[in-house]
Design a protein around this ligand. Structure first.
Ligand code: SAM
Length: 176
């Protein structure tokens, strides 16, 4: 079980980035995203993608992050540019249940102490989306990208155009 915990989401400013955190979590092998701030619109957007593209990914918003971290039965991995190297940390993570924590603005000091691992994806500042994608790809050994989501919409890799199979409608050509 992999859960991504997104801290500090501000619905007015972070809508796009938090949506990308959720969709990246889904596409790269996480089972759920938990967002500390309540945001019904974000929930609708993510559920819409799951309805069309498949899988069992779930989103929860508006939860107490301290309780979520303290109550997690597994290891908690906080992604931060100040943490220890990804390549050193990954082989040491033992549990099959991991909570991956990513921030938005400044992350409270307490998160560093509550987490089992503070892990950096390089020591330069970049993005929670990039950090999450690289972490999940390394953690799953790249396997998540091969997953079949068995959704209503399926995209067939195509070197030139867009091939989308809609189980309702059959094979389409150039999808928008
Ligand atoms: N300045 C903020 C702080 O001190 O916590 C970080 C802001 S950054 C835009 C948002 C999130 O991206 C961070 O909380 C962290 O989860 C992730 N992040 C950014 N760069 C990272 C890196 N090099 N390694 C791991 N995570 C990173």
């Amino acid at each position: 079980m992999i859960v991504v915990l997104r801290l500090g989401h501000r619905p007015d400013r972070d809508k796009r980035v938090t949506t990308h955190v959720a969709l990246t979590a889904r596409a790269l092998g996480a089972d759920e995203v938990w967002v500390s701030t309540q945001d019904a619109e974000l929930e609708r957007t993510v559920k819409g993608v799951v309805d069309r593209f498949g899988g069992k990914f779930r989103i929860k918003t508006g939860l107490d992050w301290r309780k979520a971290i303290r109550g997690w039965k597994g290891e908690v991995v906080h992604l931060t540019m100040y943490g220890e190297r990804l390549s050193k940390a990954i082989p040491e993570i033992r549990s099959k249940n991991i909570m991956v924590v990513v921030g938005a603005e400044k992350v409270p000091r307490e998160v560093y102490d509550l987490s089992d691992w503070n892990v950096s994806v390089g020591n330069q500042p970049h993005s929670e989306v990039a950090a999450l994608a690289i972490f999940l790809d390394r953690y799953t050994g790249g396997k998540a990208l091969e997953k079949n989501f068995r959704g209503r919409l399926r995209i067939v890799p195509n070197p030139r155009g867009k091939t989308v199979i809609d189980r309702g409608k059959g094979k389409g050509g150039d999808a928008a």
